[in-house]
Every structure is written in C-alpha cells, then in structure tokens.
Design a protein around this ligand. Structure first.
Ligand code: PEP
Ligand code: MG
Length: 962
C-alpha cells in the first residue's frame, strides 16, 4: 500500500496523534492530538514530511498523485465547516503553515486567507456582513502570497517592501494614520495595485483559482525549509537538513472580525521564570501574525477575564487539560472568532534555563511527572543560564541613583549583559568578529536577524511582547533580552537610538555607545555595569549566600541530586590550579580528569626557569633549570591533592611544543639571553632549532618526554613528592600519571618506565608509598587502533578528543575557522566536530580504542578529557560507549551530570521498551500457537504462521493437519 501522505484532523477526531512529529511536524501532531482530546480546533489536514522529501527529490515539484489526495482532504474540511473551497457564496479559506519535527519559530513561511479571489471575496463580505474585513483579508492574502510564493522581495538593499510602499502611499492618499483607518474602497484599490505590482515585477498573473493557489503555497512552504533563515537556524541548533517540514492546511478562523474577536498566545506557565501562572497576551480584532510579529503591543491574558469571561473560562480549562495531557508546559495560539474560542497550535513551550529547572522540579513535586521525567525534561545545556552572571545590585542601584536608568521593558531573557550598541544584525556579527561585545537594539527583530542575534550579548527591542520574535529567540539561545521597551525609537540612517524619558529629557545614543541590560528586571542602563555571580555560583562557589535563602539554587541542587542518582558515568574536571579544583568540587567533580601541567609554567616565577631549561645547551644545564622548577610544580600538585581530598587526580606530563614557551620578539630574546647568561645568537639559534612548520604534528606530547626524559623525571618527582607531602598531612591521594599523544605502545613503555623508576626512587627516599596508576591519552588514530597493545602497559585510557578530532579529520584545530564556517554553511557538517563528537568517524576510533583496551585489560578505566566531555550529545555517546567518566571544565560539570543521567535513563527506557516489544511478540506467538493447537484439536486445518518448527523445515508455508 502506498504510504499515507495526508492526515486529516478536526471535528473531534484525527488520523494522527502527538507521537507523530516526525511525519506530521510538531504543529500537525499538536493539531491532531488536540482534536483527539476534544479541544476546539478548526478542521484541516497535514501533508507529511515525506512529501517534502519527495518534493525535493523531484527537483522541487509536488508529486502529481498528491492532487486527488489534496482534493479529498479538502472535501472533508468542507463537510466539517459547511463551506466550499472556491465557493463564491460561502467560501472556505485556509491557512497553509510549515511545521518541522522541532519548532523553528518564524524561520519558515506561512500563507493565510488562501482561497480568496475576486469572486470569493464578495461571498466573504456578504456572509460576514463586513466588507471591510473581507477586503482587508484579501489585500493581506495578496501581499502574503506575493511575498512567500512569488518572491516579491525588495530588489535592492535600500529598496523597501514593495507592498509596504503602496500601502504607505494609500494611507497618505486617504489621510489614514493606521491600516485600520483605511476604508473599503482603499482596500479594493490596494488589491488591484498589489496584483499589478506582482505582474510588473514577476511577469506572472496572480492566480485566481483557489486550488492553484493551494498547490503553489504548499510548494512555497516546502521551499522555505531551505531559505537562509531556516538554514542558519538549523546550523545553530544542529537540525539535520534531511528532516524536511510538514505542511498543515487548516480552515481559517478570524480574530479580526470586529471587537468580539481577537487572537493571542499564551504559555501554561511563565516561560521566563517558570512560575506556575497562566502567562500570555492577546490583541482584540487582530490576526495571529500580529501578535507574534510584535507590531502592536498586546494586552495581558489576565485582562481577558474582564472582557470575555466565558472565553477566559474556556481558555483556562484548555490550559488545564493540555498541561495535564502533555504533562509539560505548553505554548498555545488561540483565536476568538465572534466570541468562539479555537486553539490553533499547542507545542512544548520554549523556556529559559531558569524556567526549565523550575518547571521540571515543580511538576515532579506536583506529581504531574516522575523525577526521571524531570531529569529528561531539562535541556542540559540550559543549566548554563543558572550560572550566568547578574548585575551587582548595589552597583546597579548606584547607577540608577545617578540617573542612568534609561528605560524599562519586558524581561524576556534573564541575565545581565553589557555591550556596545549596534542597530543592525549584520553589524552585530561583524563587530563580534572583531572581538567587540555588543547589544543589538532594534525596533523589533525578525527571523532574518538570527545570525546577528547569536553574535550579540543580548538584545533590546522597542516593540513586541513576551512572545515576540526577540523574546522567543532569547529564551532559546539563552541570551539576555528586553523587549517592548516603548521609550525607545530608532533612526537607522543616523544610527542613533532615542530614549524618551518622563523626567530628565530625551537621550540620544549613538552606535557604539555602551549600555547594560538587565534581562530579569527589564531595565536598560546607560554605560557599562559590572556583573556579579548568579545565585547558584554565590552559594556553591563564592559561598557568600545562604542556600536557604536561594530558591533557584535549591531547585538546581534538587534536580542535580536526582540526576546523580540516575547516572552511571562519573564526572571529573579539567583543572590545573587549586582554585579551579575548588570550583570543580563545588560543582560535583569526582576527580580531576586532566591537569595540563604546561599551564602551570605560565604562573608567577615559573616561565623564567622554564625558558632556561629550554635554551640549555647541555643535559646538566637542563637539569639545573629543572631543579628550580621542581619545588614550584610540587607546590601546585600538593594544592591540587589537598583540594581534591582523596578523589583521583590525573596529571599529564608536558604536552605542547617547547617553542610555545619562548619569546619571539627581539626584546624578549635579549632579556632571556641576559637572564640565562647565554648569547643572543645562542637563544636565536635555539628558537630557530625548535621552530616547526607543523608544530601540532611535531615535537610534542610523549615525543618531548622521550627526547628529554629529564623533563618527565622532574614532573614525576614533583607529583610523587607532592603526593607524599599531602598524604603525610592527612590527605588521601590517588595520582594518575598520564602520558600524552601516544600512538605506539613503545612510546608509552618508554615513559612509563621513567615514571615507575622515579616513583620508586621517591618512595625509597621518603620511606612511604602511595597508590598510583600510569596511563595514556588516546588522541591519535594509531593509539586507538593499537589500543590492545598499548593497554598492556596503560592502566587507564583518557580520550583526548581535541587532538583525536584534529588528527582524524586531518584538520588543524587552531586554523579550523574558515573551513568549518564553509562546511556548516554548506551543511557538509551538521555540527562543529570540535564541539560535539563526530560519532561516525572519531567515535568509531573511540569504539576501537575501548574494545582493544578492554580486550587486554577488562577492568581498564577509560575516560575522556577533550572539550567534548562537557557537551551533552558527546556525554551521551560516552555513556553508550561504556566509558567510566567524562572530564570537562568546572563550569560545565552540572551539564555533564545532567547529560549523563539523561543518557542512562534513555538507555534504560529503550531497553524496557525492547523488552516489552519482545514480551508482546512472545505473547502473540504463544497466542498463535495456542490457537493453532486448539484448531488442530478441533480437527480444522490452519495456516501456521512464523516461528512454527514446521515452517523452518517445510518451506514457505506448512500445513498442520490433525
Ligand atoms: C585533547 O587533545 O583532547 C586534550 C585534552 O589535550 P589538549 O587539548 O591539551 O591537546
Ligand atoms: Mg591533546
């Protein structure tokens, strides 16, 4: 049977349901589910994402065979609404909307009021008794169709929207201040002028036949999957290009039918803070797009009660029903047509990290969801929001007292940001690329601005509410944002922003001026303001706040304690200094996974002896310089052991090429010559000798330790002396000495021998031993491939996925920028492999490494210490690979803890569902066998299905006869 391409909904039932997002898109699945549970939705149908794939495969053409299916689906909508598509007497109008499996707000296109033409508009006018409404809908439709389907875009950068130009002229001609003041006759003129402009620019006539309009609009929505905005959004969110979008076609209901109509959007809980309150806004006599576009600032949802008590009651009931049904915070769109409520969309609402944690924890406590669900609900990356700085209240208060509070708006994205003002998204991206910190301020933002928004510290808009584009994007990207700040106005030509103030006069700010925005209080402050740590950081790291008075911290801690109970992977930190170790422990580190000893050499008083060591002419000179470094390193290590209080500490021997430590300017070389008593020529020669054309693939890692074993000796001596010092002071210690960049077992054998020899020497000298391990990083492909051999010596492995990615791709981690940008743009890569593990390539090598290592040493401890250790998707991969721990930067530990728990829970759920499927299959088989046996006993003959022993022996179908 051919696959079903169209799924109908409405009239209290639907072909699809909420679990069919892959096929119907989020919007289509939501509409189907709402129909199924008795929420009023206008009827319609969804064309599947598979049809989108067919469309692209056929060279952007709709399959011919779709047409009869579309006509049949339309007939069902006609039957449910009692209207006719193209019927001049009582026309059915539809909306045509995109809907991918995950919501991509505003990125793709929509066409509303489709089905209008010169005949049906009269029918709509007569039926509604409101010709102005009918003609207003028609002119909106022509403009939208022209824009979305026919590509009526401005021809140059300076050019304005062609329809907007005609509209503005019309308003002037009729002396109308707003669109709403235009009389019917003006709207009629607009329709014909819009159509004339279309044929002038596009050389095509506007299609009058509704079915042609529909086919063209469906194609256009499919095409919008590949517009620049959608591509940029996919790149930012790692959405594969292959998914495609579904298209939902739905009977129009009108929120712009007069003062008894309206439209709105709402969240079943507050999306910024997570508070359990109905949160949203609506506009009287408007269409849905007006709210989302943020063109008019809407009214609060609470005001609905006073206006339309009955609708308000129905809406609250829908809130309750949807939240209980989905057991998640929902983002809904609704329309009231002449006092009747319809829901047009429900989807899981985007929320700030702050809100995500609060909603998950509170829903678990309200027993709406389980603790496991709560863990799975929070996007691990979103925990970052709770660690982000806020303004120092005292400093902000002082700024306000000085009169620097410029304006107030709606707090759409929590956090604190300071930056220089820019007014164009392109400038935000360009300034950011030059290293500037910017705040993007605009009248409103639109999906075109997405790249610039990603580059800005935060954004500020004059128009729009909490559901405007800027607000949605802020929540999703985790940016600081203030919207609807109506004291602001912009002169884009002059590149200035004017703040109208009740007192103190207007202020004009130029591009580049520093401002600060508080996304929790909604306050815009003149100048640069210092920030202070978030509540969580104050409690955990700074220890300046009492946990009992920190509700955000408490929810954060609760969620993470649930996560800790669910995860198998351990978490460690990459930390080189005692203070970093302290932060790591506060954030839950169970050890240090990577101490990069080279970072220590840049500390106070260390770079001098380090340089002496490098320019030394003989091993004796080198040893003398190393002797100066020894006590300094020992002190660093001792600090780490003490802070980590018995948790394992992995210390890596020197890794980077030596020339990284040397001066490269003349003055520096002269100073070094003077300090070491060498000639400038000697220093220059030494630097030249160390220079490599490909340092990342040169004399670094274990190769250094092999070339200069005395360096390894000094480091190992420092490690064990520090360990014994710490042990003597009462600390438990567990050093793990790690050798970098090993590709051959003999490299490790060489260095491990040095480690063990020096350890014995120190133990003998101090009369005390400590337990320790010697292991290696697996960070070049050969290391992964020959892991079995390497594990004969290695007592642990740690994947250095930064270098492993570099060497697997053959792509320099230092110069990857331009290649990466191009590859992401061309969608050759879906995500940056230096951020999230390339599971097919690098991951395959890791799999080999794990298998090889554990084949030799079944108990081999294996971790990861590349940057990927703090990336949720990579953490999940490491869990599935069976690693023992992930190691990441201290501030990413909460993310790693949550991601590790999520991976464990997902795995358990998958296993349970497989078991269930297996049990069902077994039950079904047993049922069949029992039925067959019964049939046999009754003397009947029956076909025996699968799994019958007779089948195995007797070919395709065997017959059993009693
Ligand atoms: C790695 O290569 O992944 C690693 C952790 O080492 P580094 O980044 O110091 O090269
Ligand atoms: Mg490395």
């Amino acid at each position: 049977m051919a696959t079903k391409r169209i799924y109908s909904f409405g009239g209290g039932k639907a072909d699809g349901n909420k679990d069919m997002k892959d096929v119907l898109g989020g919007k289509g699945a939501g509409l189907a589910e709402m129909s199924n549970i008795g929420i009023p939705v206008p009827p319609g149908f969804t064309i599947t994402t598979d049809v989108c794939t067919e469309y692209y495969r056929a060279g952007k053409k709709l399959p011919r065979s779709l047409e009869p299916e579309l006509r049949a689906a339309l007939r069902k909508v006609e039957a449910l609404t009692g209207k006719g598509f193209g019927d001049a007497g009582d026309p059915l109008l539809v909306s045509v909307r995109s809907g991918a499996r995950v919501s991509m707000p505003g990125m793709m296109d929509t066409v509303l009021n489709l089905g209008l033409n010169d005949r049906t508009v009269e029918g709509l006018a007569a039926r509604s008794g409101n010709p102005r409404f009918a003609w207003d809908s028609y002119r909106r439709f022509v403009a939208m169709f022209g824009d979305v389907v026919l590509g009526m875009k401005p021809e140059t950068k300076e050019d304005r929207d062609p329809f907007e130009v005609i509209l503005t002229a019309k308003k002037e001609a009729f002396g109308a201040a707003h669109d709403a003041d235009l009389p019917v006759e003006a709207l009629r003129e607009l329709v014909s002028e819009f159509k004339a402009e279309i044929s002038r620019r596009k050389k095509v006539a506007f299609p009058e036949e509704p079915f042609d309009q529909l086919l063209a609009a469906v194609g256009a929505v499919f095409r919008s999957w590949d517009n620049d905005r959608a591509i940029a959004y996919r790149q930012l969110n790692g959405i594969p290009a292959e998914w495609g979008t579904a298209v939902s076609v739905q009977a129009m209901v009108f929120g712009n039918m007069g003062d008894d109509s309206g439209t709105g959007v709402a969240f079943t809980r507050n999306p910024a803070t997570g508070e359990d309150e109905f949160y949203g806004e609506f506009l009287v006599n408007a269409q849905g797009e007006d709210v989302v576009a943020g063109i008019r600032t809407p009214q609060k949802i609470g005001e609905l009660q006073a206006k339309w008590a009955d609708v308000s009651r129905q809406l609250l009931a829908a809130r309750e029903k949807l939240e209980h049904h989905y057991r998640d915070m929902q983002d809904i769109e609704f329309t009231i047509e002449r006092g009747r409520l319809y829901l047009l969309q429900t989807r899981s609402g985007k929320r700030t990290g702050l809100a995500a944690v609060r909603i998950a924890v509170e829903m678990a406590e309200q027993r709406l969801i389980s603790r496991e669900d709560a863990i799975l609900r929070v996007d691990a990356e979103a925990l970052n929001h709770l660690l982000r700085p806020v303004f120092d209240e005292a400093k902000k208060a002082a700024a306000v007292k000085e009169g620097r509070l410029l304006a107030k708006g709606l707090p759409a994205g929590p956090g604190a940001a300071s930056g220089r003002l820019v007014f164009f998204a392109e400038d935000a991206a360009a300034w950011r690329a030059k290293g500037e910190q910017v705040v993007l301020a605009r009248h409103e933002t639109s999906p075109e601005d997405i790249r610039g928004m990603a580059a800005a510290e935060g954004f500020l808009t004059a128009f729009g509410g909490m559901t405007s584009h800027a607000a949605l994007v802020a929540r999703q990207m985790g940016k600081v944002a203030i919207v609807g700040c109506d004291a602001l106005s912009f002169d884009y030509h002059a590149r200035t922003m004017t703040v109208t103030r009740r007192a103190g006069g207007d202020v004009v700010l130029k591009e580049g001026h520093w401002i600060s925005i508080d996304g929790l209080a909604g306050e815009v402050i003149d100048g640069r303001l210092e920030t202070r740590p978030s509540e969580v950081v104050e409690v955990l790291v700074e220890k300046t706040r009492d946990a009992r008075s920190a509700p955000t911290y408490q929810r954060f801690a609760k969620l993470l304690s649930w996560a800790d109970g669910a995860r198998r992977l351990k978490v460690r930190a990459n930390a080189d200094q005692p203070d970093q170790a302290r932060v790591a422990v506060a954030f839950g580190a169970q050890g240090i996974g990577l101490c990069r000893t080279e970072h220590m050499f840049f500390g106070e008083g260390k770079i001098g002896p380090m340089r002496e060591m490098i320019v030394a002419a003989t091993p004796e000179e080198r040893r003398a310089a190393l002797a100066k470094l020894l006590p300094l390193q020992r002190e660093d290590f001792r600090g780490l052991f003490v802070e980590m209080a018995g948790r394992p500490v992995t210390i890596r021997t020197l890794d980077p090429p030596l020339h990284e430590f040397l001066p490269h300017d003349e003055e520096g070389m002269r100073a070094l010559a003077e300090a070491t008593g060498k000639s400038v020529v000697h220093v220059e020669e030494r630097i030249e000798e160390l220079a490599e054309s490909n340092p990342m693939l040169g004399n670094r890692g274990c190769r250094l330790g092999i070339a200069y074993p005395e360096i390894t000796e000094m480091q190992v001596r420092a490690i064990f002396e520090a360990a014994i010092d710490a042990a003597e002071a009462g600390a438990r210690v567990e050093p793990e000495v790690m050798i970098p960049l090993v590709g051959m077992a003999k490299e490790l054998d060489h260095q491990a021998a040095v480690v063990r020899r020096v350890a014995q020497e120190v133990f003998a000298a101090r009369g005390r031993k400590v337990r320790y391990l010697v292991g290696t990083m697996i960070e070049v492909p050969r290391g992964a491939v020959t892991a079995a051999e390497i594990a004969r010596t290695a007592e642990f492995f740690s994947f250095g996925t930064n270098d492993l990615t570099q060497t697997t791709f053959g792509l320099s981690r230092d110069d990857v920028g331009p290649v990466l940008a191009r590859y992401l743009e061309e969608e050759i890569l879906a995500v940056d492999p230096f951020v999230s593990i390339d599971q097919d390539g690098v991951g395959a090598l890791m799999r080999l490494g794990v298998a090889g290592g554990r084949a030799t040493r079944p108990e081999l401890k294996i971790g990861i210490c590349g940057e990927h250790g703090g990336d949720p998707a990579s953490v999940g991969f490491c869990h599935r690979l069976g690693l023992d721990y992930v190691s990441c930067s201290p501030y990413r530990l909460p993310i790693a803890r949550l991601a590790a728990a999520q991976a464990a829970l997902r795995e358990a759920r998958e296993a349970a569902s497989k078991r269930r499927a297996g049990a069902n299959g077994k039950r079904a088989r047993e049922g069949r066998i029992a039925r067959d046996a019964k049939a046999a006993r009754n003397g009947k003959t029956r076909d025996v299905a699968v799994a019958s022993p007779a089948k195995k022996r007797g070919g395709r179908r065997a017959q059993v006869r009693a």
